[in-house]
Structures are given as C-alpha cells and as structure tokens.
Design a protein around this ligand. Sequence first.
Ligand code: GCV
Length: 681
Amino acid sequence: MTLVREAWLGYRPRRDLGGSGFGREILIRGTGAELETARRELSSGLERMLGARRARTVPTPQKDGFVYVATAKSLEDAGGPLKRDDALGPEDYRVVPWTLAGRRGLLVVGGEAVGALYGAFALLRALSLGEDPNTLDLRGRPGNPLRMLNHWDNLDGSIERGYAGRSIFFRNGRVLPPGRRIREYARLIASVGVNAVAINNVNVHREETQLLVGSRLAAVARLADVLRRYGIRLYLSVNFAAPIELGGLGTADPLDAEVAAWWKARTAEIYDLIPDFGGFVVKADSEFRPGPHVYGRTHADGANMLADALAGHGGRVIWRAFVYNCLTDWRDRKLDRAKAAYENFTPLDGRFRDNVAVQIKNGPMDFQVREPASPLFGALKATNQMLEVQITQEYTGQQRHLFYWVPTWKAVLDFDTHALGEGSLVADVVSGARFDRPWGGMAGVANIGDSPAWTGHPLAQANLYGFGRLAWDPELSARRIAEEWARLSLGSDPDVVRTVVDMLMASPNIYERYTAPLGVGWMVNPGHHYGPNVDGYEYSKWGTYHFADREGIGVDRTMRTGTGYTAQYHEPIRSLYESLETCPDELLLFFHHVPYLYRLRSGKTVLQHVYDTHFQGAEQAEELLQAWNRLGGLISDDWHGPVRERLEEQAAHAKEWRDVINTYFYRRTGTPDAGGRTIHS
Ligand code: GCV
C-alpha cells in the first residue's frame, strides 16, 4: 500500500524502542468484537513501529513490556488497578502503566470493548508521536455522543459534492461487497473516534430509496458487519416519500396509520439484518425533496413518526434543519434565506422525541468560506441537536485548493450563543450538556472517495482527521490537531512539520482573501460552485445575493432597516451584529450594505480592503507552492507530487480569482488601487 493511502496510520519505525522489549506480548480480557480489532491493530501497529516480530497473544505476561487490553468489567473481575472514581463510560478509555505477575507493562482499559479499541488507537497514536510507553497516562472520554460522517454517495457510484473519486460503497446501481477498502476506511475513521456513518446521499432518489429493502438491504447489512467491528454504526438516508415510491401507498402523510405501519415494518426488517442499525438521516421539505409539509404536517410530526418506528430498536432520527425556500424572488429584498432554519424549527422546540436530533449546518446559509454561527443553536433548548459541517470542500476549493477546515469548526464550537446567559457555547449545546439533553453530536459531510489519497488533495486528509479528533474532543486546538496529523502522516522532520502546519493554519485565510470578501459569500459559478463568478447567483432563485450597485455592496440583515435576521440572536450578539460600529469586519457584508468607501475598523475602505486582500491572497497562494517545493526530497513522492500539482493549480486559479474580483469592483467604482497595482479594466 502507498504511504499516502495509509494516511495517518503509517506507523513509522521507533528505532529508540526497538530493543526495549516493549510490546512483545498482548493480553486480551473481556467480550466484544472490537477487542479482537484492538488486538489486530496493536499487533500490526507495534510490529511496524518496533520492527520486532509480531507480538504474541498470551494468557499471562511472561516479560516486561506487555500490553494488557481489557474492558472495565473484566478487569474488575480480575482485580485490576482501576479505582471506583475511575468509572468509565462505554467509549471511555485509560492507558496506564501496570505491574502484573511481577512484570511491568501497560494497561489499556475501555468502559466497553469499543472504549478499549479507542484506547488501543490512542496508544498507537502516542507511540507514533514519539511518546515514552513507560510513562504514558492517557485518558479519553468523548465530548460528543455521536460523531458521524454523512456520505453524499449515490448508487451509481457518483458522489454529490465529492472531489475525491467515486464512491467506496456503491457502483453501477450496486452496493459493493465490503473488501479491503472498506476495512481500511473503517480503521481510519475509528482511529479518530468516528462512531457512525450514513452511507448514502441525503438527496435520496428513486434507486437509493430501494436501499431499505431486498438484496440491496442485505448488501448494506454486509457493510454494517464490517463497520461494527470498529465500533461504527451504520445509518441510511431515507426518502420521506418512500411509502409511496417503494410501498405503493397513496400517501406519505406522517399522521396516516398505514404510513406509520409501513415504516414500522420496514424498520423491523432492517433490524433483523442489522441489529445495531443506527437509524435514519432525513432531508425533508428542502430543495425539492418531499416531506411532511406536503401534507400540512410539521417537521416534528414527520420526525416523530420515524422515531417511533425506530425507538423500540434503539434507533435514532437525524432530521436536517437545512430547510429553506429555494424559489425566492431576488427583487424582494425583505426575503432572507439566512432566516429560514430558525423560522422553521424554533416553533417546534420541545416537540421532538428523545431519539430525534435536529442537525444544523454551522452557518445560516450553506458552508460558505465565512458565515456567522447559525442562530438556531441558541434557540432550541428542549431538542437534541447535531452540528453539521462540510469536510468536503464544495465552496472552499473542491480539494484542488488547500483549505484546512478545523479553525472554522473551532470558531463555531466556541461561539457563545448566550442562550442561558454568557457561557452557552455551541460545543456544549450540541454535545447535549448545556440543556441536559440525552444526546447530540457532530456530523461531517465526508470528503473521501476511491482516489489514491482518499481525499483527492492529500493534504485534505487533515480535514478528515481533524473532524474526528475535534468531534471527540472539541477543546483541542486547530494547531495541535494539525501538528498531530502532520507528524503522524508525514513523519517527525521538524522542517516538514513546521512548514505543513503553517501551510494548513494559513490556508483558510489565504483562500478567503482571494475569493468572496467580508462574509458576503456566493461569488462562484452556479451549479458546480468552482471558480469566480461575482454575479453568478445574483439574480437567481436560490436566495444568495450580495446586492452590489454603484454605491455599495452587502446584505442588510439588520432589524432597523434590513431583513431583521439579527433578531434571531440573543443579546449581546444581536446588538454586536446589528450595529455597524461593532460588527466584526470579516462579517461586515454579511450583515450590512455599505458604500465601497466605508471605512472598516481596520482603517481601510471596503474597496481598498478588497484590492489588498486579493493581491495578498494570490501572492500567498504562490508562497504555499514555494513552501511545499522546498520540502521536495523530505517527503515521499506519492505525497509530494499530487500536492504540488494541486498547489500549482491553486496558485494559478487564485490569480484568476484576484483579477475577476478586483476588476468587478473597479468597474463598479471607477476607483483605482491606492497602491497602483494592475487591475484590468
Ligand atoms: C446534498 C447544498 C449543496 C447540495 C446539498 C445541499 C444539502 O445546497 O449544494 O449539493 O445536497 O446543500 O446540504 O442538502
């Protein structure tokens, strides 16, 4: 296998530990399929790192340096070293030194088998990062109950908004039998704590509707069998109109008894084949997908009907809040798509069953480079919530440009909604902690396919790694995650690590500089969303405007003169965004329509800011390429070549962006760049 495909599980040799005798023996105690997975991962990972013979699985330690993997329960029975206050939840783990039968070794204990697997991966990660096994003391407890990937894969093998090849699950109308790719995929994502995947696109069309039944369901069950061994539960996206399209009923009305019975029967069949099936992900009444509104019912009616079918089996409904009118009239400046999720879901707070979560995109629009946090996070207090982010890079360079997402996700998680006064962070809302909800979590739209590096752009692996790590521990910093990822994936050469971490950390700001400015968004080619097109969506029905005229630009979302969107935030956020004086520069055009010569808090005019950032962004894209080129020879070719090609494309494309945007603003204003740089007229 190539190094780039091994991603962060390449486990480079630890020569310093080679002769130490560490890791020659593995002991396993407890029950659960994930324990066997932990054993296999440890034995192959240790073999690679220590360069020794494969570790033996033994009943009692014969030598120092053993690794003892156990569930908490089996350890208690064996009189292990955990104390009462070490109580571990099912997914929690501890890794600590332990002396047993006169031998010194390491204990990896999980609340249940899955926790032990996470502990095994944490141990391998720590070793791979150069830590000393004799002094390790690792504790893990997930910050989010559900840590989920949403794949937007279709049965024909295509991936909606996928930039990394074809689906690893589907091809030509078939569910692929699980082979090596699926096992490698499961290892990768389990190693960073992902515990759920929805394998098919939320836009569920005719073919995919059939995944609920027959031979397709049986094939899905075979995938679930593999994922289960890695502690991952499989979910399906479902078509709300399935009772009609699949069941031949005359309606999909959620309050119709026959419809409810149909879903109950289908659900029971699923659980016969997949006893730990996760549940359903639903996009309803959105972008032409059917839903309860068709029958005059609410989202709560729809979600609860499915939730009731799943409840007896321990299943869940993930109901998406991405609901808006995509047939608006650009002439009506009072209409505002940003308001839609809040308006649709706030009145339903408290009306969803406990096994339902409303899944909310990070911002009120749609994964733009810069958006404020969705105000819906501060509005739902009696509803489980999931934060949805895009790991795939639809609007952020499509895995041809470098864009490290983690700082953006951090900013949302750290956003204080003030829902219960100061200190009501999105991270605590979605984990369930803030409002004492039974569960919640994070979902990321996956960025992988069957491309050689999984993610198209090899450096986009950092986003997949980062999603898992952050969903597990929202307190990790973006830089720490980048450092971990770089060292695990590319080795510990300090020049490589420093350069790559700096590139990743700089990348979102660089991309933002040469694309749409100051939070305005959407200046992309319609449909595929790659490349500059300032007015591409300006007169469209999608509700995505910047309203540039000869005087100024931006969307007035204030209560005083605009769409009133700012009212959806709690104080003091509401006033912060409402007032031109306090609105952060980077979101100015998201909230306000201002003259081109309006002076930002930075002291520059909007226009000069646009010119400066676009020149700077294009230069910095070129610098990314140069920085990477300097690492040639220090990084294996299967990594270096594909990244170089993409950085070359990015540098050239950034110039195109720069020129299109600068020229647009110059033509609108007739005002040249204060620095006298070339702007084409
Ligand atoms: C899966 C955006 C994307 C669509 C996507 C949709 C969604 O509109 O462009 O491809 O559909 O979001 O999140 O449902």
